[in-house]
Design a protein around this ligand. Structure first.
Ligand SMILES: [Zn+2]
Length: 421
């Protein structure tokens, strides 16, 4: 970060203005950008002109109201650029193209990652090329007439941990046993000719959340991601906390204080024993009364390593069947979901004590299925504590695709947000 040149500073100011305009979906004015950005009137005027020439910002009518003359409205042009997002989920590879606001333009779901990462990367590159070609054939162009290929900024990839964000390497994710030691960023850049950034799926999902809704300066958001395993992420003012080695948010072995068996990590009743999808589904199948009692469920250890969640495809269907049966009155299955909610609530109580967030967002590939069944329990337990009383608790509105959307938002942030620099 040292040795920032004048060029970098100019670029940074441009991003500050772009951010101010992007965070005002109804439009904003040059004077408002001057007051929110802290930049001089001349600088904002110059930068706005440059952004308009690039097609990123448009002027659109005037804002009346207030005193003085009506002001020209500045608005972001969402379709001026595209970015791609790739989510390496153990059960599928999701690929999306998004616009500048992080909204999906086209989506594709590829089969699960295999033991042949370079083959998988070729599949991803081929899918991206086809998606761009498809859009081009449909007549998609920016307002300046650029094709999808010309409008493409780059690719964000979201992977389960452990990964090395700085080196762009997938190191040893317990949920992707075929993907250990894969220099993903270098390989995907080579296969596509586009810049690539890599981060954890939890961090990606949180970035999607704050990219689309905006984040107040200084607002602390805690995100909990329910996928094959469970993870968390924290951001302050739109900046995700990474920790020393991108291991922040590996909360699977947080003790819940509930009744539960000893875990391989040496503690009792760890969160992941209740919330890993394989534990929940195995418990349902085995007639157990708590996910923690499931036998043979794969719970990766904290150091990152056992085997795969066998047959992760179809787990979404199994979860749907479970929640349907619970809703239809199966008390044992509802009890399993209650245990899931109770364990997650206990973990949240601990995390609220650590992070003191303004807002908690729950999401991930399986959250939409789980939420109606576990949210009431979480609400009840979480509100027991005074510090947790006023925290805003909400489900992500981005749905099952949040990993891929988040991956794309990661790239947008690294490229277009002053917070990403
Ligand atoms: Zn444990």
């Amino acid at each position: 970060m040292q040795g920032r040149t004048m060029l970098d500073l100019g670029r940074r100011n441009e991003l500050i203005v772009l951010d101010a305009v992007r965070h005002a979906p109804e439009g904003t004015s040059q004077s408002e950008v001057v007051s929110t950005s802290g930049l001089s009137r001349q600088a904002v005027s110059l930068i706005t002109r440059r952004l308009r020439e690039q097609g990123l910002v448009e002027t659109d009518g005037t804002l009346a109201g207030g005193r003085g003359k009506p002001r020209t409205v500045l608005r972001i042009v969402p379709g001026a650029r595209l970015a791609a997002g790739v989510h390496l989920d153990p059960s599928q590879i999701a690929v999306v193209l998004v616009d500048l606001l992080g909204r999906p333009v086209v989506h594709r779901s590829l089969p699960a990652p295999t033991d042949d990462p370079s083959g998988d990367i070729d599949r991803i590159a081929a899918a991206l090329a086809e998606m761009q070609d498809g859009l081009e054939q449909e007549g998609w162009r920016t307002s300046h007439g650029e094709t999808p290929r010309e409008a493409m900024l780059g690719i964000g990839v979201a992977s389960p941990g452990g990964i090395d964000v700085r080196e762009g390497v997938v190191v040893n994710p317990p949920w992707l046993p075929g993907w250990w030691g894969v220099p993903l960023v270098a390989l995907l850049e080579g296969a596509t000719g586009l810049p690539v950034v890599l981060d954890k799926d939890t961090n990606a999902a949180l970035t999607a959340e704050t990219w689309s809704t905006g984040q107040q300066p200084g607002e602390t958001v805690l995100y909990v991601f329910a996928g094959a395993g469970i993870g968390s992420a924290v951001s302050v003012g739109g900046r995700v906390h990474h920790g020393a080695g991108a291991l922040a948010g590996e909360i699977g072995h947080l003790p819940t204080g509930l009744d539960g068996p000893m875990c391989g990590c040496g503690r009792r009743a760890c969160l992941s024993r209740f919330t890993d999808l394989s534990a929940l589904l195995a418990a349902a199948e085995q007639g157990a009364t708590s996910p923690a009692e499931a036998r043979g469920a794969v719970v990766p250890d904290a150091a990152g390593g056992q085997a795969a969640p066998g047959g992760a495809e179809g787990s979404a269907a199994a979860l749907a069947a479970l929640t349907r049966a619970a809703a239809a009155g199966d008390a044992r299955l509802q009890g399993l979901l209650d245990s899931y909610g109770a364990a997650l609530a206990e973990a949240l109580r601990t995390l609220v004590g650590v992070h003191d967030p303004h807002r908690i967002v729950l999401g991930g590939p399986h959250w939409d299925a789980l939420a109606p069944h576990v949210m009431p329990v979480i609400e009840r337990r979480l509100r027991r504590d005074a510090p947790s009383e006023r925290v805003v608790l909400e489900s992500s509105r981005l749905g099952d695709d949040v990993g891929a959307l988040g991956a794309a938002a990661l790239f947008l942030q690294s490229e277009l947000s002053p917070a990403g620099r």
